[in-house]
Design a protein around this ligand. Structure first.
Ligand code: SF4
Length: 392
């Protein structure tokens, strides 16, 4: 049975039937085996949806021929009324009869020789609330109760793949990926460190690590030296008392992510004047909300698809920079809409919107490819719009 790794803050996750995933109007593919089970449930009279339950759609993954029908309200046809709102398929037929996307949500999984690594989509309100907890120190944990090894995890399957890239043309090894992840998580766990400073230190470590050449000995030992030196820098006063700038402008980051969404019209465009809203409503309180923001960044640094699909460590870190920019843009948007300063509730809503864009709307391969251009950039972690699309 493979080892399952997750973050401590997610270790006791369980679905609390918020129903957010069932009311989002998503096109959920119905795999053939699921289609047969649901049809049998219909034939037996155990499922009685208000409308026909499937809509044929070509080009779906896993040989699916249709998606679940979405009602005019945006609700899935199988979402029951009442409180809490439950899934009729799960209640009547069991979790095995649910489409794969429904069973896996909000889990985001990589399958590698390191085992199963699970992080969560914080579009799920239950997962988003876990970022704000005070009862679990942020760390990587093995085999937590929420994620049993025997569960049928699906995700990015790299079990037979080569290890991730250190830089274009140069591979790392799997233990080094685990070490870099652990380093990122422990950096972001540090109280008194701004999210921006955490990312700068991570970027510094990535830049130093990618200078490795075979003449310097084993990569694992070299990386260890690099990370130890970052750790030493953390001890210095300059690293802790910081006013660090972001890797990217917030609108630049958001537009880059939005340009990776197939069918761009699915993203509500950013309003004008977002930088002014950021200055007025977000910047003054951003440091005080650093802990949940760092927690959220750690959930992106761990079990990262970009680390596996991208062109190197610089791409991985830039992905975190884009994520942080998207979050701050969504925070500014939420505050501008409310005409109020950022607080925990508005940050939670911003986290949900950010993960909607980064996890559910943007195409992961397109995003990794787009970010990968930084590997050959003269200035690391600078990324300029390459198309009219990204300037919008
Ligand atoms: S099938 Fe069930 S879990 Fe999936 S979207 Fe519909 S109501 Fe939600």
């Amino acid at each position: 049975m493979p080892r399952v790794r997750a973050l401590s803050i997610h270790a006791d996750y369980r679905c609390r039937s918020s129903g957010a995933c069932c009311r989002s109007g998503w096109e959920i593919p119905v795999e053939p085996v699921v289609e047969a089970r649901i049809q049998a449930g219909m034939d037996e009279g155990r499922l009685r949806p208000a409308a026909s339950w499937a809509r044929a759609l070509p080009g779906l993954p896993h040989e699916a021929r249709s998606v679940l029908r979405v009602l005019g309200s945006g609700d899935c046809v199988f979402l029951e009324h009442g409180e809490p709102r439950l899934c009729a398929v799960e209640r009547q037929l069991g979790a095995d009869a649910m489409p794969s996307s429904c069973r896996q949500f909000p889990r985001l999984v990589t399958l590698t020789p390191l085992g199963v690594s699970v992080t969560l989509s914080h579009y799920c309100p239950t997962a988003a609330a876990m970022l704000f907890r005070d009862d679990a120190a942020l760390a990587v944990v093995s085999d937590p109760p929420a994620f049993p090894p025997a569960w049928p995890y699906e995700g990015l399957d790299a079990r037979e793949a080569l290890p991730p890239l250190l830089r274009p043309g140069v591979l790392m090894d799997w233990p080094s990926l685990e070490r870099f992840e652990q380093h990122a998580v422990s950096l972001l766990a540090g109280d008194g460190l701004s999210p921006e400073r955490g990312l700068r230190l991570l970027a510094q470590a990535a830049e130093a690590a990618r200078r490795w050449t075979p003449e310097r000995g084993s990569f694992g030992a070299f990386l260890e030296g690099v990370l130890e030196s970052t750790g030493r820098e953390l001890q210095t006063r300059a690293a802790i008392v910081d006013r660090e700038t972001s890797l990217l402008e917030i609108t630049e980051a958001w537009r880059l992510a939005a340009a990776c969404v197939p069918g761009r019209e699915r993203c509500a465009p950013l309003p004008d004047g977002l930088d002014a809203a950021d200055t007025r409503f977000v910047a003054p309180v951003w440091p005080a909300l650093g802990k949940p923001i760092r927690n959220w960044l750690a959930t992106k640094a761990f079990a990262s698809w970009i680390a596996l699909q991208g062109e190197g460590l610089r791409t991985t870190v830039l992905g975190l920079g884009v994520a942080l920019g998207v979050l701050r843009a969504e925070a500014a948007r939420a505050c501008a809409e409310a005409g109020r300063v950022l607080d925990a509730a508005r940050l939670k809503e911003a986290v949900r919107r950010a993960d909607l864009l980064l996890v559910h709307l943007a195409d992961p391969e397109t995003l990794a490819r787009r970010l990968g251009r930084c590997e050959s950039a003269a200035q690391p972690f600078t990324i300029r719009p390459s198309s009219a699309e990204e300037r919008r």
